[in-house]
Design a protein around this ligand. Structure first.
Ligand SMILES: [Fe+2]
Ligand SMILES: [Fe+2]
Length: 341
């Protein structure tokens, strides 16, 4: 039986403990189970963390131009957290094997906290915009409305989470606003576990999918990459206001996505080289077209030529480490770590 039935009449899943029925390897199942227990041990109190950071660094403030730019960029994170919350709650409901269900349940709990804390932070900064960028909205809605759980899992955990991790990394490094810089390590700590859910469970899903379902999943990745680059283009002015080079950010994000996909295919029986190569050439060609290197004004014709070159001769995107090392000192209000220290 397929482990990703769409909504229908619910029956008691007596087979949920038989991993082999779902193509799930025992060692992957153990990692998934650990995600749940770690999520429980390393949970933090969002109200307490935000309050203590505001007491330490003062109420967040920025000049009006930076404040609006930061609000527009981080409202995508906020709505992205809601999308992640909904998708993980749906996965918790739909995935059948016990360990995968546990991991998704723990993620839903984390994402709820990420959503309300980001909302409270943006409100404290007085930077909560009414709507977000249209490209980003299209990206999130495509994943939320995908017609297969594998698309939701891959789209959310292995394509959107790495972009969020990239933004966290860049904004923290630039130290745009101190409360935010000290808040983000708490997020990064949790997000690393979420990527692991995709990496550990997707191979089982892929192994039970037909060729046409896999092709459809691959086509879906093209759609998401297109929305991602559209959204990066839409935000490029705001990113520049915050001191972030949009092209560099896109390349770093693609490097992290590539790392996530490499981790996935390492664990998978499905070969990946050719489809991944085509995907990254496509992504690179689109970025050549829309986001020429920072500071240069290349005519459109030159950009088309650069895009064609990439299509023909290959992409230069290198995979980069997905999740940063977050130390216990950076997350002092995670109780379990405090006790261990
Ligand atoms: Fe999150
Ligand atoms: Fe997440």
């Amino acid at each position: 039986m397929l482990p990703f039935r769409t909504r229908g009449y619910r029956t008691v899943p007596y087979g949920m403990f038989r991993l082999e029925d779902y193509g799930l390897a025992a060692k992957n199942a153990r990692v998934l189970e650990r995600i749940y227990h770690k999520g429980h041990q390393l949970a933090w109190d969002g109200k307490e963390v935000l309050q203590s950071l505001i007491e330490q660094h003062g109420k967040p403030t920025l000049a009006p131009r930076e404040k609006e730019a930061l609000g527009r960029v981080f409202s995508i994170i906020m709505w992205g957290e809601l999308a992640a919350w909904r998708i993980s709650a749906e996965l918790a409901d739909e995935l059948e094997p016990l360990e995968a269900k546990m991991a998704a349940t723990s993620q839903a709990f984390d994402e709820a906290r990420h959503f309300y804390v980001m909302h409270d932070y943006l409100e404290a900064l007085d930077a909560l915009p009414k709507k977000m960028d249209r490209g980003a909205q299209a990206l999130l809605e495509a994943v939320m409305n995908a017609d297969h759980l594998a698309k939701k899992l891959l789209g959310m955990q292995l394509m959107i989470e790495p972009i969020a991790l990239t933004l966290f990394h860049v904004v923290k490094k630039l130290d745009v606003e101190p409360v935010l810089s000290h808040l983000l390590p708490y997020y990064e700590r949790d997000e690393a576990r979420h990527v692991a859910l995709g990496v550990q469970y997707l191979p089982a899903m892929l192994s039970q999918m037909s060729v046409s379902q896999r092709l459809s999943l691959w086509g879906f990745q093209f759609r998401l990459i297109t929305y991602e680059i559209w959204s990066n283009y839409g935000l490029s002015r705001d990113l520049l206001v915050l001191g972030v080079d949009p092209r560099e950010m896109l390349e770093l994000g693609q490097g992290k996505q590539m790392k996530a996909l490499e981790m996935l295919f390492e664990k998978s029986v499905v070969s990946s080289d050719i489809p991944m190569n085509i995907l990254s050439r496509y992504a690179d060609a689109l970025s050549e077209l829309t986001l020429p290197t920072f500071g240069t004004h290349r005519p459109f014709q030159d950009r088309v030529q650069a895009a064609l070159r990439v299509m023909l001769h290959g992409s230069h995107v290198q995979s980069v480490e997905l999740t940063p090392e977050v130390t216990a000192e950076q997350t002092p209000l995670i109780r379990q770590e405090e006790a261990a220290a």
